[in-house]
Design a protein. Structure first.
Length: 219
């Protein structure tokens, strides 16, 4: 089923959209099934779980950290993580830079913008992002590369609200690209709303349950 689900989703994606298979809570066997079907990019939301999977699974897998990031745990993934989606503070950027430097790496990052109406969602305001990107300090961080933005929409079936949230981030992203030519990735859209996110400019979608089935919650 995983291979069939992957094929169905990939056939629905435009060429310029990257698929991140969200494998959090899923066993290595499920990830291997997706791997054998051609998927190479996987997303996790817990660093220790991702590190354990990275150790055990094929080394050409590209691992993305998609969950809320605790600065004190960056060191556990700095030697292998390819892209960090949810960076929501300058302090975290500095820690990523510090740990990446230890491994002589440059780690790609997305700044997480707060677009949802829900109070529980993490993220930076557009003003906060402006300040980070234009700060003198950011140019001193040689071991990170900010390549775009990430946003999580409200958990709702209201399509108009989702469209409004996605399009607001796309509009802001386009404004930023005028002054920052390095920005290329706009990560928004999950299993329930990725097609709408793509219509509104997403270039990277994070899809879990539509590939692997319902999430396995560990009690």
């Amino acid at each position: 089923m995983i291979a069939e689900n992957l094929l169905h989703i990939k056939n629905s994606l435009p060429e310029n959209v990257t698929l991140v298979a969200v494998s959090k809570t899923k066993p290595n066997s499920a990830i291997l099934e997706a791997y054998k079907a051609g998927q190479r990019i996987f997303g996790e939301n817990k660093i220790q779980e991702m590190a354990a999977k990275q150790e055990a699974l094929p080394k050409d897998i590209e691992w993305h950290m998609i969950g809320h990031l605790q600065s004190n745990k960056v060191k556990y993934m700095a030697h292998f993580v390819d892209l960090i989606h949810g960076v929501d503070s300058f302090k975290t950027l500095k820690e990523i830079n510090k740990q990446a430097k230890k491994h002589t790496r440059v780690i790609k990052c997305l700044l997480q913008a707060r677009i949802a109406k829900e109070e529980t969602k993490f993220g930076l305001s557009f003003t906060d992002i402006d300040q980070i990107i234009s700060s003198d300090e950011i140019s001193e961080l040689k071991n990170i590369q900010i390549i775009g933005l990430m946003g999580m929409a409200t958990f709702t079936e209201n399509q108009e609200q989702l469209k409004e949230e996605f399009s607001s981030l796309k509009g802001y992203f386009d404004q930023l690209k005028i002054t920052n030519l390095h920005l290329e990735t706009l990560s928004m859209g999950m299993s329930g709303d990725y097609l709408l996110a793509i219509k509104n400019g997403s270039t990277m979608v994070r899809v879990g349950s539509a590939i692997f089935g319902a999430r396995n919650y560990i009690v």
